[in-house]
Design a protein around this ligand. Structure first.
Ligand SMILES: N[C@@H](CCC(=O)N[C@@H](CS)C(=O)NCC(=O)O)C(=O)O
Length: 214
């Protein structure tokens, strides 16, 4: 089984299924393609039906799209419990995942993935601005807070124990850190910030970051 991804530093979509596959304990190899170079684009053209990454090559098929790959993992590795077992939590975990997959357009547009900017003080990365960003940030804080309060008793993740929703929100956590966005400015009482920190502390994510910075 092979996961084909874009550059680790920039490809938020690639990070998600990689985290999910790691969580399953799947035996897979990774092919990282520099999708910004002419050679990489040519390589991708021969592999990707949609012209995009990530892709999972398995059982003679190429599965494209990070959510489709994650759903495949949930089917193939039921023991990994990639969706919450409580039905109410599961319904909402899928809603939250789909909202991240198809929404938060302003956040994705104005807070792109990239190497982390760790400066503080006058050298800090300027706070991002852009139409719709304030609304997206408030919605993220409200979504995270509601799910943590309702379902978070059994662990530090959005629905307590780790789920596919956490894979989909991990790139956002990195963007909050990079842009030094203070979630309190968007209505957070500390619940969303604690969840962000839990995502940034996931051992699998730390492994990805180490690889990305090599
Ligand atoms: N909805 C898709 C989005 C995939 C996507 O946009 N991938 C980007 C890399 S992060 C890509 O392949 N970009 C290449 C291009 O736009 O040419 C998914 O979840 O897999």
């Amino acid at each position: 089984m092979e996961l084909i991804i874009g550059p680790r530093l920039y490809s938020t979509w690639s990070l998600r299924p990689w985290l999910v596959l790691k969580r399953c304990g799947a035996d897979f190899t990774v092919r990282e393609i520099d999708i910004y170079s002419p050679d990489g684009r040519a390589e991708m053209a021969g592999l990707s039906p949609s012209g995009l990454v990530p892709l999972l090559r398995v059982d003679g098929e190429t599965i494209w799209d990070s959510l489709a790959i994650s759903v495949w993992c949930a089917e193939r590795y039921p023991q990994a419990r990639l969706w919450p077992t409580d039905p109410h939590a599961r319904w909402l975990a899928r809603s939250a995942t789909c909202e991240m997959h198809g929404g938060f357009t302003a956040l994705r547009t104005h807070c792109g993935m990239g190497p982390d900017h760790t400066m503080v003080g006058p050298d800090r990365c300027p706070p991002p601005t852009g139409e719709g960003l304030d609304r997206d940030l408030r919605r993220m804080v409200s979504l995270w807070t509601e799910m943590r309060v309702r379902f978070g008793a059994d662990g530090p993740y959005l629905f307590g124990e780790w789920s596919i929703a956490d894979a989909f929100f991990t790139p956002v956590a990195t963007r909050f850190r990079h842009f030094q966005i203070d979630l309190a400015d968007y209505g957070d009482d500390g619940t969303a910030a604690a969840y962000r920190d839990a995502l940034l502390a996931q051992p699998d994510f730390l492994e990805w970051s180490k690889e990305a910075l090599r």
